[in-house]
Design a protein around this ligand. Structure first.
Ligand code: N01
Length: 508
């Protein structure tokens, strides 16, 4: 094990730890790996990570499409306690990021805690204990349940007539079919979100013809990339403080920019809009194409795309932007509302994800037999993104209303886990058996969240995956400073902290 995380912390805590919880973490993506490390740091020794796939990495394992990279600077997209001097460039490729998570998993001995091919189907809570049922019927017990199941995880297949009749090759971007050689072929891609833009930039030069089906134009913010030379990487390897400084610098830079775009800072909005317009106007010379690509809403309303190469690709001779509505899919291609059939050999669905499922379809039954399906029947909600009334001793990473979209998820998850472990420590000290957020505090919190949404850029007139199926904005409407402050320490008065033996609530 690279860092003896057990040792330092276990020594710190030994005198305080009265009992060991059985901790189960669902998911071995970036938040699950982090959770395992951080829960072990407070002295937990009985930790199991259940992963339904056969590898770690979550979204970085599932997404393998050409051009996949991270639009958050790589040195910010690492855990604060473990840098990566080997990144090839500022905005690293998906493969490198996945390799980073694999390395951390093995160097921190998280692999010893993981059980692969273990999908949790059901979790039932009773008297301080979660009973988990796996896909093969095996049962497992947990005192503490951590759901690290990710956000952009369930591919969204569009409801388009005739999709099932397409006779060429068809796949969703998150399930890329590497057995198909698309070079020289007629390829269509539906969608123009962050994923599509990266793919278009990469594959246009290889395909025979590319048809990009755009329903809504998107603002594209220029990505200022940089390659790291062997010399620079060597320097970072020798001196880890360089990577740490970069991490801090990018975090402050990002914070000065993208979250403020959301919360209505006029200067940031002006700068971001200016750079997006400059990007479009300087790279797309054809006035007709340029206007088709120009969004009619404010930059940042939809998730801002940060990318290079898209405008260059879409203006190349073998690419066409199709803005007519898709009428149906036919065996040979896509029929649009102007009557044209766009004949295709390959059709790629860059149509995004069901972003509001969280740990569902896993079924959860909490206190008094209430189900999560019921509790969330009008939309997913949580107390401070982490806990749900009626579901004690259960904590979510990147739960509802986490500040995703415009910040590094790693930063968000590190703050969330630091809050969660403080509550787990109460359990370990024997002070409480059952930790459940109060329903009235959660309601109040969610009312504040929704009223704060009114002032955000997301409400300025566009549709996006930030809205759930009930039309509620499922995002974080405040500053990152507020998020960091809220995650610093749990307000114990927000929770029922129960001693089950004595049947009383305890003040921790
Ligand atoms: O998905 P999206 P994505 N007919 O939902 C269109 C993260 N990410 O996979 O805008 C026609 O953004 C839809 O059209 P419209 C990032 O957070 C991160 O691209 O709804 N079109 C849209 O154009 C991102 O936001 C990185 O009108 C249909 C597209 O499909 C999130 O993932 C890289 C349609 C879906 O766009 C999701 O991005 C990549 C239909 N029936 C992604 N249905 C990083 O670098 C949907 N569309 C970190």
């Amino acid at each position: 094990m690279k860092v003896d995380a057990n040792k330092g912390n276990a020594e710190r805590e030994t005198t305080l730890i009265k009992r060991q919880p059985r901790v189960v973490i669902v998911g071995a993506g970036m938040s699950g790996i982090l959770s395992a490390i951080k829960v072990r740091e407070i002295g937990c020794t009985d930790i199991t990570v259940l992963e339904k796939a056969d590898k770690v990495g979550g979204t970085w394992r599932d997404n393998t499409y050409p051009g996949l990279s991270c639009d958050v600077p790589a040195h910010m997209y690492t855990y604060t306690f473990e840098g990566n001097p080997d990144y090839s460039k500022r905005f690293a490729k998906g493969k490198e990021i996945c390799e980073y998570f694999e390395r951390v998993t093995s160097e921190y001995d998280v692999d010893k805690m993981i059980r692969f091919n273990s999908e949790v189907k059901e979790a039932v809570y009773e008297q301080g204990c979660w009973s988990l049922k796996l896909q093969d019927g095996e049962m497992l017990k947990a005192d503490i349940l951590l759901c690290a199941t990710g956000v952009l995880h369930h591919p969204r297949w569009p409801k388009i007539e005739g999709l099932e009749n397409f006779e060429g090759n068809l796949w969703h971007t998150a399930r890329w079919d590497h057995s198909v050689d698309y070079s020289g072929k007629r390829v269509g891609i539906i969608g123009t979100g962050s994923t599509s833009v990266q793919i278009v930039a990469e594959i246009t030069r290889k395909v025979g013809k590319l048809s990009v089906f755009q329903r809504t134009a998107q603002w594209v913010y220029p990505l200022f990339d940089k390659l790291y030379s062997d010399k620079e990487k060597e320097k970072m390897r020798k001196d880890p403080t360089i990577g740490e400084k970069l991490h801090r610098r990018y975090t402050s830079f990002f914070n000065a920019f993208f979250p403020k775009l959301v919360t209505g800072n006029k200067l940031t909005q002006f700068l971001v809009s200016y750079l997006c317009k400059w990007n479009l106007e300087s790279k797309v010379k054809d006035p007709v194409l340029r206007e088709k690509l120009r969004p009619n809403y404010q930059a940042g309303c939809k998730r801002l795309i940060i990318a290079n190469g898209f405008y260059e690709a879409i203006t190349s001779e073998n690419a066409e932007l199709v803005t007519e509505e898709i009428e149906r899919i036919e065996p040979n291609g896509v029929r649009t509302s102007d009557g044209n059939l766009h004949e295709l050999d390959v059709l790629i669905l860059a149509t995004g994800f069901h972003a509001h499922n969280f740990m569902r379809p896993m079924e959860m039954v909490g206190l008094g037999g209430q189900t999560l399906k019921n509790a969330w029947s009008k939309g997913a909600y949580a107390h401070k993104t982490l806990t749900v009334p009626g579901f004690p001793n259960m904590f979510m990473l990147t739960g509802p209303n986490s500040p995703i979209g415009n910040f590094s998820l790693i930063n968000i998850n590190e703050y969330q886990i630091s809050y969660i472990v403080q509550l787990i420590e109460l359990w370990m000290k024997g002070q409480v058996d059952e930790i459940e957020p109060k329903a009235d505090k959660t309601k109040e919190y969610n009312e504040d969240l929704q009223s704060a949404m009114l002032g955000t850029v997301w409400m300025t007139g566009c549709k996006s995956w930030y809205f759930d199926e009930f039309g509620r904005l499922a995002m974080w409407p405040w500053s990152m400073e507020k998020f960091w402050a809220e995650m610093a320490r749990p307000q114990t008065e927000d929770f029922h902290l129960r001693n089950l033996e004595k049947g009383v609530e305890k003040v921790a």
